[in-house]
Design a protein around this ligand. Structure first.
Ligand SMILES: Nc1ncnc2c1ncn2[C@@H]1O[C@H](COP(=O)(O)OP(=O)(O)OP(=O)(O)O)[C@@H](O)[C@H]1O
Ligand SMILES: [Mg+2]
Length: 479
């Protein structure tokens, strides 16, 4: 590094002045203590979160000023001299991610620095900011396209606690995230919460559903196009979503459905962050963080050469794998309480809970449509309820009869009546997509049965290509 003196440029600013400017204008909360635990420097971002101003904090012992906050951890780092990174703590119930770093000189610890980032933008209010500023911030937040934060993810099962912790740890970094899980497990909720907990939260959150758009259009959706790039293109062209997501997050849903050709183009974008509109134009850089979701088993798709291995490894830097609801039944009661509260508000009712019998049914059922199905069952009950408690009579037939018959038609071991002809159980809570998937799986199983396991014949029977059948076998875990 060249110092200003060496370059011949006159020195206008002292290092101290530059450091102070950085310190004061940082979006991160920063605090420095000396050897004796006395606060030497603190910026207003951090002071505001404690509802104080820096001058009320500087010169006082950290243990006194931050009596009840996780910041006291800094004293431990001061003693041990060992840094602690990525700790999740809270002030007034607001979660933050923090790094605690000892400041050493000649191997001696002379102080310590705390760096904190708040993780829930909704509750992040600058207490010094005055009413006008606060309103501006709230308006800006309403404009943001993210509705959910990590606080909206209900569930205290060990798996969910683990997942939420990982989410909070990885959100502020910029690595790509792959979210996997069955339909209705909350993949989109997680994607939004990652954005909300990241430093990009005031930037855009742009979603592209890779399964819903035909391949030819998807490419222009990703990269945009210049005017006249193809017949029917809009006047003035169009900005691609990867460009729109600059400074924010792009959420690529159903990534397993992306064609091979587009996978290559996405890989190139992930590597260089470069985009060029269809039909030419300048190459631009877009700093968009990539979060993807799928309910396919991508590893299987890689194995069957339906998904590029190099892209898979690029995306799979962090994998949040959300378990199906049947594997975390401890979460059912919390989710029910949350949905009852939600629908009480919407319907203007005062439903208080479930009968013990309904609780038992919920524990027994295997929830193939996961949390989405559970929410639909509660909403349906609100439409027919008369009293204040949800009883068996308010449930759809598949659930209400569950304790009577010992057979759970949605059991995880059930292979959709493999080989017994077509049969389809409709539960009130399933979406059309769930039903279509369920039907597709049944039809494939039937074709395999008729062709005695011969996949080429089965594909022929179904009128689809062999690779097409393989893709579906992978999707439904039938390989
Ligand atoms: N842990 C949770 N806490 C609260 N609500 C949840 C949770 N998980 C899912 N939900 C709710 O369930 C519904 C389905 O979630 P989401 O759309 O995120 O699922 P998904 O995994 O993306 O499903 P699909 O694969 O079908 O797109 C949403 O209304 C979401 O808010
Ligand atoms: Mg989804």
């Amino acid at each position: 590094m060249l110092y200003p003196e060496e370059t011949g440029v006159s020195v206008k600013y002292s290092a101290e002045k530059i450091l102070n400017t950085i310190f004061e204008n940082s979006n991160e909360g920063l605090l420095v203590i000396g050897e004796n635990g006395i606060i030497q420097q603190v910026n207003s971002t951090l002071a505001a979160t404690l509802r104080k101003t820096p001058d009320k904090m500087i010169g006082r012992p950290l243990t006194e000023v931050c009596k009840h906050s996780g910041l006291r951890r800094l004293m431990k780092v001061l003693k041990s001299g060992v840094p602690e990174f990525g700790k999740i703590d809270s002030i007034d119930g607001r979660s933050f991610l923090s790094d605690y770093i000892p400041i050493k000189s000649n191997q001696r610890v002379q102080g310590a620095l705390a760096k904190i980032i708040f993780l829930n933008p909704e509750r992040e209010i600058n207490y010094d900011a005055g009413e006008g500023n606060r309103r501006k911030r709230q308006a800006a937040h309403r404009k943001s396209t993210v509705l959910y934060t990590v606080d909206h993810i209900v569930g205290n099962s060990p798996q969910m606690v683990d997942l939420k912790e990982t989410l909070l740890k990885v959100a502020p970094r910029n690595s790509n995230v792959l979210i996997t899980g069955e339909s209705g497990t909350g993949k989109e909720l997680f994607a939004q919460a990652i954005h909300a907990a990241s430093l990009r939260r005031s930037g855009p959150f742009i979603k592209i559903n890779c399964a819903a758009i035909p391949d030819t259009l998807l490419e222009s959706e990703f990269f945009g196009y210049e005017e006249g790039a193809f017949t029917g293109s809009k006047k003035g062209g169009q900005v691609g979503k990867l460009e729109l997501a600059n400074g924010g997050t792009v959420f690529l849903d159903e990534i397993g459905d992306l064609s091979f050709a587009l996978q290559a183009k996405l890989l190139r974008f992930i590597q260089d962050k470069e985009i060029q509109k269809l039909g030419g134009g300048e190459v631009k850089i877009s700093d968009a963080r990539v979060v993807v979701a799928t309910n396919y088993n991508l590893e299987h798709l890689v194995k069957y050469k339906k998904f590029r291995e190099d892209l898979y490894y690029r995306l799979n830097v962090v994998n949040l794998s959300i378990p199906p609801l049947r594997e975390r039944k401890e979460d059912i009661n919390d989710l029910v309480a949350c949905f009852i509260e939600k629908y009480n508000r919407i319907f203007g009712l005062r439903v208080t809970g479930l009968t013990p019998e309904v609780e038992a049914i919920f524990q027994k059922y295997s929830w193939p449509g996961n949390v989405r199905e559970l929410e639909n069952v509660i909403e349906r009950a609100f439409n027919v309820i008369e009293g204040n408690v949800i009883t068996k009579d308010h449930l759809p037939p598949q659930l209400s009869g569950l304790l009577d018959s010992e057979v759970d038609n949605h059991g995880e071991n059930e292979e959709f009546n493999r080989g017994n002809g077509l049969s389809l159980s409709l539960s009130g809570g399933q979406t059309l997509a769930d039903i279509i998937n369920q039907t597709e799986k049944l039809v494939i199983l039937q074709a395999l049965k008729n062709s005695k396991g011969n996949k080429a014949k089965a594909a022929q029977l179904l009128g689809i290509s062999r690779p097409g059948l393989y893709k579906k076998l992978v999707k439904y875990n039938l390989t």
